[in-house]
Write a protein that binds this ligand. Structure first.
Ligand SMILES: Cc1ncc(C[n+]2csc(CCOP(=O)(O)OP(=O)(O)O)c2C)c(N)n1
Ligand SMILES: [Mg+2]
Length: 334
């Protein structure tokens, strides 16, 4: 039987976080260019789901899908090379971070909001046509629930009884639009409207996500038809790296830089406002960080925690150096 292993989940989340922190650094140094959307803050949802997938299960992910690739075991060096636009990257440098694809792992990403719905439903149709008894997962943000193709996919998955797990990562923001400004009713009720069984869960709590996913996946593997998970989370960064809009958790330094030109109009009072925003931001960040949340539960085993943190940090450091060496040195990667 599938048993929850919180240490394994913590390590998966931490590995993804440190990888994305390394990506952030490379982006800030100008080695990765263009938009970069991070999955920071969504790790508990991704780990709770991905840890329960089998070989042969498929995934369709969004513009924010790096954690899914990392946690599913895609080679991180090939991902970094891809982000550099290098010909030896995962998609020969043609995909960037938003259009990643791994045939070996059956994962497809798309930057088109809502596209993971039809992609996962298509995967599930193929899997069920071939009688493989495998499942497909669609990850998407709450902004995608108003896309027609997402609703069409839910409808067809239900009518055709397909093994799709719809996972909505609800961080309450779609770039600059909040849910209450664009979504009527509740997201879970929409799934129910299509005859799809659904669950709501705190997406900061990896154990809670694992538990609902375990129920949903065991039904999917018994040919129950699609299932839906609505997981709330805090997105810890701006919509993308380089986005200067002040979202709840902007980097304080970046926030100050953004606000600097406004000072001449707002006077000193702007500093007070910024201080307050930063305070609120820091609190939210702590409360909504799935890694901080899980680490608290493990704090009694200090040495074990420390060992995991050291091992993961070392791994990420080494693989980053390796990717940089290949990129800068024009070395062949094998
Ligand atoms: C069809 C389509 N419309 C608009 C965009 C521009 N866009 C990119 S991300 C995004 C917001 C997505 O919000 P959400 O689905 O909640 O995901 P989040 O970024 O919060 O993870 C938008 C509107 C797009 N990529 N595709
Ligand atoms: Mg969102």
């Amino acid at each position: 039987m599938n048993e929850i292993d919180i240490w394994k989940l913590y390590k998966m989340m931490l590995r993804s976080r440190l990888f994305e922190n390394a990506v952030t650094k490379l982006w800030k140094e100008g080695l990765i260019t263009g938009e970069m959307h991070l999955g920071i803050g969504e790790e508990a949802i991704v780990a709770g789901v991905v840890s329960q997938l089998e070989d042969g299960d498929a995934m369709a992910v969004t513009h924010r899908g790096t954690p899914q690739f990392i946690m599913r075991g895609v080679d991180p060096v090939s991902l970094l090379l891809e982000f550099f636009g290098h010909s030896e990257g995962l998609c020969k440098g043609q995909g960037g971070h938003m259009h990643l694809f791994s045939k070996e792992h059956l994962i497809a990403a798309s930057g088109i909001v809502g596209a993971s719905g039809p992609a996962a439903t298509g995967f599930a149709l193929a899997l069920s046509y071939k009688k493989l008894n495998k499942i497909a997962v669609a990850f998407f943000g709450e902004g995608a629930v108003n896309q027609g193709m997402m609703m069409e996919s839910m409808n067809l998955a239900s009518v055709w009884n397909l093994p799709v797990l719809f996972v909505c990562c609800d961080n309450d923001w779609a770039v600059t639009t909040t849910t209450n400004n664009c979504t009527g009713g509740t997201i879970l009720d929409r799934a129910k409207g299509f005859g799809i069984e659904g669950y709501s869960v705190n997406g900061t709590d990896v154990e809670a996500v694992w538990n609902v996913t375990n129920q949903a996946i065991s039904k999917l593997r018994k040919n129950s038809g699609p299932q839906f998970i609505h997981a709330t989370c805090t997105h810890m960064e701006a919509h993308l790296l380089g986005d200067l809009l002040l979202r709840n958790n902007q980097d304080p330094v970046m926030m100050a830089e953004t606000a600097e030109p406004l000072k001449q109009y707002a006077g000193e009072s702007l500093d007070e406002v910024l201080l307050l925003v930063r305070k609120i931001g820091a609190q939210t960040k702590k409360k909504g960080d799935p890694i901080v949340f899980t680490k608290k539960k493990l704090k009694d085993e200090e040495d074990r925690l420390k060992q995991i943190e050291e091992d993961v940090a070392k791994e990420i450091e080494e693989l980053t150096s390796k990717a940089l060496e290949i990129y800068k040195g024009g070395i062949k990667y094998d």
